[in-house]
Design a protein around this ligand. Sequence first.
Ligand code: DAT
Ligand code: MG
Length: 143
Amino acid sequence: MSQPQSSERTLILVKPDGVARGLVGEIIGRIEAKGYRVADLKMMSADRALLTRHYGEHEGKPFFEPLVEFMSSGPIVAIIAEGNRVIEGFRSLAGATDPTVAAPGTIRGDLARDQGTKVQQNLVHGSDSPESAAREIALFFGS
Ligand code: DAT
Ligand code: MG
């Protein structure tokens, strides 16, 4: 019998739009229904310093300031999810960045739409690589 692969972890954020719209349960439900494990979870406020580090790759882009404004506009829920290939798997569950074109069946495709703002209000963040996941989990959970 083959050994199970070692598990992977990712950082998921339910953004302020998701919390404000009461979609925390729906989003966590989709993560769990897919078979991933919620390893840790907290509601928090993200300040500018934390968000600037989190979104460092986007500094200087036209949507950076609106992104930081939006992400600090209300409480968020930070989640560590665990499972084989969870980084790729959650990105797939989340759908494309632009909620207008995100496929139906995905979190963004089913539950979000263009709000006419300078930043895409697309309900969730998910780490995009093992390096990003390790960095982001350390930023949000200090582990
Ligand atoms: P993702 O969140 O799918 O990983 P990203 O890392 O490229 O996307 O961008 C981070 C966030 O910034 C994204 O969730 C929404 C916002 N954003 C990205 N590109 C944008 C654009 N062209 N216009 C407006 N907002 C954008
Ligand atoms: Mg990203």
